[in-house]
Design a protein around this ligand. Structure first.
Ligand SMILES: NC(=O)c1ccc[n+]([C@@H]2O[C@H](COP(=O)([O-])OP(=O)(O)OC[C@H]3O[C@@H](n4cnc5c(N)ncnc54)[C@H](O)[C@@H]3O)[C@@H](O)[C@H]2O)c1
Ligand SMILES: O=P(O)(O)OC[C@H](O)CO
Length: 374
């Protein structure tokens, strides 16, 4: 007698924007039965009946094993895994609504790349604060994942991270198909901050692009931006290696290079001279970087981490720095870490100046008798 095939995994994605819908497709193409929860009933109906999300993924056909509802209780009934993909600033309210309906002991996965304004908390921390859930059942997924490319089945990879390797594996198994490969790690802090921080560097890239600067400027910002990302994340407990991987460098490259990126696009509008309020009005999608600048700078300050590029992005958003003045060489270090001064003509005058200063100081201390020992 042939063994009966195991029933398909049942998963729900909360949030039917561009990434929520795309990730639901990733999961469905990986063999799960997927329910997508949309806030607006008309959007749920279009996804269910026409198998399209024409607002966020125009031209993309959605698979048959993906359905949609705007009924939260229905979306959360009898599921094996839950994925969260709403704007970071609304997550807390969404969690409060879903908390009484959450099935016990299922993995809850954040697909978001922002921090909460006011608290500075990462999304996994907001989940841990609001839901009565064992921390080992929380996971995050991040990587170079521009929604529209993935919806067209262009191959890419991501990282699923949880403090429990078992949970990470469980989720990665669901988030895997012929065009989407999920790797696993236990560095939740690094994986999550990688996704948040690359948005800020992508805004900077958009700004200089909008101004009309070329590839040298952008390469310097990307390179020094990665150092800022790494310093920040490591100071908050991340592993350096994570920031050099898909969730750090990988996502930084994708987001900084692509016109599909909303953070990059928002930056470009700022660089072209639009004021922050106008940019927010023009963007009808989530550009997480705009809300993350202030909490990230506050977190950086609390750990004494210097973030000159992110700081300048904050100033452009506030209207106190002209976009054309955002430049990577405006760092506070003479020679930033990771860069060498190859010609020591710059170092010598500084050393000579220090010696002259010490001599003068010594003379003053010893009543003009000349330096001690002289
Ligand atoms: N789009 C991408 O390529 C991509 C890739 C990886 C990660 N992300 C991350 O995914 C998250 C969501 O981004 P997105 O691209 O799907 O955004 P989006 O702007 O395309 O969609 C946001 C969705 O959230 C809904 N929404 C808005 N307010 C809400 C509320 N109060 N309650 C519930 N739902 C609400 C909107 O109706 C919309 O369906 C962000 O953190 C983003 O950084 C996006
Ligand atoms: O469109 P963005 O700028 O939110 O970037 C999308 C993804 O995070 C890229 O990995």
């Amino acid at each position: 007698m042939r063994a009966r095939p195991a029933p398909a995994r049942r998963v729900t994605v909360l949030g039917a924007g561009s990434w929520g819908t795309t990730f639901a497709k990733v999961l469905a193409d990986g063999g799960s039965d997927v329910t997508l929860w949309a806030r607006r009933p008309e959007m749920a109906r279009e996804i269910r009946e026409a198998r399209r999300n024409s607002q966020y993924l125009p031209g993309i056909n959605l698979p048959r094993n993906l359905t949609a509802t705007s009924d939260l209780a229905m979306a959360l009934t009898n599921i094996d895994q839950l994925f969260l993909c709403v704007p970071s600033q609304t997550l807390r309210d969404n969690l409060i609504d879903l908390e009484p309906l959450l099935p016990p002991d299922i993995p809850v996965v954040s697909l978001m790349k922002g921090v909460e304004k006011g608290t500075g908390l990462r999304m996994s921390e907001v989940i841990a604060e609001v839901l009565p859930i064992d921390p080992t059942r929380i996971a995050v997924a991040s990587g170079p994942n521009l929604a529209l490319e993935i919806a067209k089945k262009q191959p890419t990879a991501a990282v699923v991270s949880s403090v429990s390797m078992e949970t990470a594996h469980e989720v990665a198994l669901a988030a895997r198909n012929p065009y989407f490969r999920s790797f696993v790690n236990t560095d939740v802090i690094g994986t999550e901050f990688g996704g948040v921080l690359k948005n800020l560097i992508a805004v900077a890239i958009g700004i200089v692009d909008g101004v009309g600067y070329g590839e040298n400027t952008k390469a310097s910002i990307i390179t020094r931006g990665l150092v800022e990302m790494t310093d920040f994340a490591v100071a908050h407990g991340a592993e350096r290696e994570t920031l050099a991987g898909l969730a750090g460098l990988g996502d930084l490259i994708a987001t900084c290079q692509s016109p599909l990126s909303r953070n990059n696009t928002a930056g470009r509008l700022l660089g072209q001279g639009y004021a922050f309020a106008e940019v927010v009005k023009q963007m009808n999608q989530t550009a997480e970087g705009l809300a993350s600048v202030a909490p990230i700078l506050a977190l950086a300050k609390s750990k004494g981490v210097e973030m000159p590029i992110v700081d300048q992005v904050g100033q452009v958003l506030a209207g106190t720095l002209a976009p054309a003045d955002l430049a990577p060489h405006l760092t506070t270090d003479d020679t930033p870490r990771g860069e060498r001064t190859t010609d020591d003509s710059q170092a010598r005058p500084r050393a000579a100046f220090r010696r002259a200063f010490e001599r003068a100081f010594d003379q003053l201390r010893h009543g003009g008798r000349g330096p001690r020992g002289a």
